[in-house]
Design a protein around this ligand. Structure first.
Ligand SMILES: [Cu+2]
Length: 174
């Protein structure tokens, strides 16, 4: 009896671990999570992707590239102040110090998906491959959020009962 309940518990843990790989990925001390993209209107040629990049205490690394099947020319971007105007600019890399959380977000560093091959529709999952100097390539699935979203699902606004139910579902898949 005890053995069988242990087996069920182990099985449940394994199932959770398998399901979590798409939304969170860790390799060589670098963890990607909460990846999201803003939905784009039909005909848009450019989109933007965001996520959290964490390093453990032993890991210093550098984000040096991004690739995805949905865009012909994905780039790493940052925002700079030019006088009073916020402008975005392509950068070659993002430096990651040990034990830090670097959040790619609107008006901050982000991944620009240039030459979009298709509109990005709310609810879709888009695979991104981020390449790090030491950790190498890491795959992550980004969820496509509404066009006006400022964060991943349930993290950019006051939660409603409906959102709570949905984010509850999200967590059961982690
Ligand atoms: Cu940009």
């Amino acid at each position: 009896m005890r053995n069988s309940s242990l087996a069920i518990a182990v099985l449940a843990l394994m199932t959770m671990a398998t399901a979590s790989t798409a939304h969170e990925a860790t390799k060589n001390g670098v963890t990607l999570s909460h990846a999201w993209i803003r939905a784009t209107p039909a005909g848009a040629t450019v989109g933007a992707a965001f996520m959290e990049i964490k390093t453990d205490e032993k890991t210093a690394d550098k984000l040096i590239g991004v690739a995805t099947a949905v865009a012909g020319r994905p780039e790493i971007h940052t925002h700079i102040m030019d006088g009073n105007v916020m402008k975005m600019r392509k950068i070659d890399a993002i430096e990651l110090k040990p034990a830090t959380s670097h959040i790619l977000k609107p008006m901050g560093d982000h991944l620009m998906l240039i030459e979009l091959k298709q509109p990005l529709k709310e609810g879709d999952l888009v695979k991104l491959t981020l390449t790090f100097e030491k950790a190498g390539p890491i795959d992550i699935d980004a969820t496509v959020e509404p066009a006006g979203a400022n964060g991943p699902h349930g993290m950019d606004k006051q939660p409603t009962a409906d959102d709570a139910a949905k984010s509850g579902m999200d967590h059961s898949q982690h």
